[in-house]
Design a protein around this ligand. Structure first.
Ligand code: AMP
Length: 210
């Protein structure tokens, strides 16, 4: 049987990226993070990166057409299943995705606005391997190197308080409607993102029947 086709929904900072890394490693799925793909385009100063950067810095969504064009070709490499992290983020993107591939499960990782702000202000990311850390869980202040690869840890430009609030607003307005969208299709399962990382992982594995 082909591998699972999974979407992670949830506000920024809910743990989608952290959980996605663990799940794809366990299940051998292709990890498709539109945020990571966009940050790579920005770092390489491609035409897409130059167009996307302003939206990202302001905490706004990059226009649907750019995102859909960027992701469409990636499914060809996903014969043994995929995990979409940060896509779709609008109903228009979800409708485009339906035209590209069926899905097996949509997992919504839920987290309150207060907890999102708390987590994102203390999030640090490895510039080299993308590992995600948090000053309140697994990093002591003063740590500047990634425990996995020794790369430099940095704070994302959009993890500043004013931008975080904006990103949560955008999530509520544009992305939260996808919860009803996927519930209607019988695909939605929810996990409480406030549980510790290991509990969230265990619940996701149970949902995926793995
Ligand atoms: P993320 O790493 O998923 O938090 O994404 C970082 C930023 O990239 C977002 O705040 C958006 O500006 C942009 N972005 C990522 N994925 C999408 C998407 N599916 N649609 C529109 N913009 C996106």
């Amino acid at each position: 049987m082909a591998g699972k086709r999974v979407v992670f929904l949830g506000p920024p900072g809910a743990g989608k990226g952290t959980q996605a890394k663990r799940v794809v490693e366990r299940l051998g799925l292709l990890h498709l993070s539109t945020g990571d793909l966009l940050r790579d385009e920005v770092a390489r100063k491609t035409a897409l990166g130059e167009r996307a950067k302003g939206y990202m810095d302001r905490g706004e969504l990059v226009p649907d057409a750019l995102i859909i064009d960027m992701i469409r070709g990636r499914f060809a490499q996903a014969k043994s299943g995929f995990l979409l992290d940060g896509f779709p983020r609008t109903v228009a993107q979800a409708e485009a995705l339906e035209q590209i591939t069926p899905l097996d499960a949509v997992v919504s990782i839920d987290l309150s606005r207060e907890e999102v702000v708390r987590r994102l202000t203390s999030r640090r990311v490895c510039r080299v391997c993308g590992a995600i850390y948090n000053l309140t869980f697994n990093l002591t202040s003063g740590d500047t190197k990634c425990a996995a690869c020794g790369g430099e840890l940095y704070q994302r430009d959009d993890d500043r308080p004013a931008v975080i609030e904006k990103r949560y607003d955008v999530y509520e307005k544009s992305t939260a409607p996808l919860i009803a969208f996927y519930r209607k299709r019988g695909l939605l399962r929810s996990v409480n993102g406030e549980l510790g990382s290991d509990r969230v992982f265990a619940e996701i594995m149970q949902i995926l029947g793995a």
